[in-house]
Write a protein that binds this ligand. Structure first.
Ligand code: ADP
Ligand code: MG
Length: 425
């Protein structure tokens, strides 16, 4: 019974720090160096705890699963992380027990058992999921085998010690398998989520393509008209100049529209920066203004100056377009949208988009954000899900208030930042 308890303790000593990483840090820290430092610290804590509370198999035989954090830390964190973790094992062992046979065994086990892990680290990074799992199991198994052989060599072999070593070997390999499968599956979900974001953005662009084509054709036709007029004989020089000026203005406008459109299609970089929400809100409204007018919807804006947040500009724009589009689509008979952004009292920035549309019932509001939940014939039901995720990635919260047949208000609360001094105001 106590073996089971000891084993479960070891299990949680590895799983809990990893769980903390998944729950609080995964996807939140974006700088690779920081991720590495955090992971090294977490796996280091795991290793120290594993060594401190080993599984007691009886017959004076203690074992622990330090190999699992060492293996996973090295394979996913890189060679430097691995060497730091290996050094930590040796130093901590020396600190606890001083120089004895056990410390020598640990030292030799690290030299022999850990070297292949370092060697295969690069290969692991380039392997498929299936091969990664196999490689991790083999490396964990090899490390245990080395440990078992060294113990046999220095302490002698008995029937009991062989049983314990076999059990330990199996458990360590199983444990390594579980961790790699867990990490790989999480990474797969994360990548899928990112792909979904891109898919949704492309769909949005597809939806708006017709609108933009119209937008660009208009100034082109006006410019064409002026060019034709320029061909009129005996045209006074001042009129000619005026026509040319108007044509250039129209072409500039077409150029602006194309630039905005291209910006929307650009894949979002992961980098966060300080963004002025007011500017982006204004841009989005300009972008979608004519689409709204074609549906008899007018958009009013109330924008405070200096609403700065830390986020990704393209993702913010994607969010604004998503909720504006929903607001427009919620008003088939037209109406007014009020889009505002301002400082809320507690250093938060609030973005509000309010429509007078069809509204939603309570259970419909509760389902918002679930993938593929759409009440529209040609809807994808991804817009709100992506919107929730975008605001979360800015450490903010998204709230939706809605009343059937009255209207809906979408409110995003995002921590504000001070405008940095070295940027132009
Ligand atoms: P889609 O717009 O493709 O249907 P979304 O995730 O953007 O997907 O929205 C999901 C559903 O939520 C919509 O189908 C609609 O029924 C409802 N919804 C979203 N925004 C509003 C709104 N402003 N007013 C009324 N219903 C809305
Ligand atoms: Mg939508």
């Amino acid at each position: 019974m106590s073996i089971t308890r000891d084993f479960l303790l070891q299990f949680s000593l590895v799983i809990v720090p990893f769980g903390i990483y998944l729950a609080y840090l995964f996807g939140h820290i974006r700088i690779k160096k920081h991720i590495r430092i955090f992971l090294t610290a977490l796996w280091g804590i795991s290793i120290i705890l594993c060594i401190s509370f080993p599984v007691s198999y009886g017959y004076n035989m203690n074992h622990d699963f330090r190999i699992v954090p060492l293996l996973i830390g090295t394979l996913y964190g890189g060679r430097i992380t691995g060497v730091i973790l290996a050094a930590l094992i040796i130093l901590y062992r020396l600190y606890l027990y001083g120089t004895n046979i056990g410390s020598l065994i640990t030292f030799l086990a690290i030299i022999i058992g850990f070297s292949p892990i370092l060697y295969f680290q690069k290969k692991f990074g380039n392997s498929s999921k299936g091969n990664r799992i196999k490689l991790a199991i083999m490396l964990a198994g090899f490390y245990c085998l080395v440990g078992a052989s060294l113990v046999g060599l220095f302490r002698g072999i008995s029937a009991e010690s062989i049983t314990v070593q076999i059990a330990h070997f199996g458990l360590a390999a199983g444990f390594a398998w579980l961790m790699v499968v867990l990490i790989e599956n999480m990474a797969e979900i994360y990548t899928m989520r990112k792909e979904l974001h891109n898919a949704e953005r492309l769909r949005l662009i597809g939806d708006l393509t017709g609108v933009f084509a119209h937008e660009i054709r208009n100034p082109m036709q006006v410019a064409r008209g002026f060019l034709q007029l320029l061909d009129t004989p005996d045209l006074p020089a001042s009129t000619k100049k005026h026509y040319i000026k108007l044509s250039i203005e129209e072409l500039d406008q077409a150029n602006d529209i194309i630039r905005e459109f291209l910006l929307l299609g650009k894949p979002s970089t992961e980098n966060n920066e300080d963004v002025d929400v007011g500017n982006q809100l204004e841009r989005t409204v300009n972008l979608i203004q004519n689409y709204a007018l074609s549906k008899n919807v007018s958009i009013e804006t109330k924008i405070d100056v200096d609403c700065m947040i830390n986020g990704n500009t393209q993702r913010l724009n994607q969010f604004l377009l998503n909720i504006m589009k929903n607001a427009i689509e919620a008003m088939p008979d037209g109406g007014t949208i009020v889009a505002s952004c301002f400082f809320a009292d507690d250093s938060f920035i609030e973005i509000r988009v309010k429509d007078e549309g069809i509204g939603m019932l309570r259970h419909e509001v509760e389902r918002l954000g679930s993938p593929y939940y759409s009440l529209k014939e040609s809807g994808t039901g991804l817009g709100m899900m992506v919107s929730f995720q975008i605001i979360e990635s800015f450490a903010g919260k998204l709230h939706v208030f809605s009343e059937k047949d009255i209207g809906t208000e979408v409110v995003a609360r995002i921590p504000g930042v001070k405008r940095s001094m070295n940027k132009p105001v």
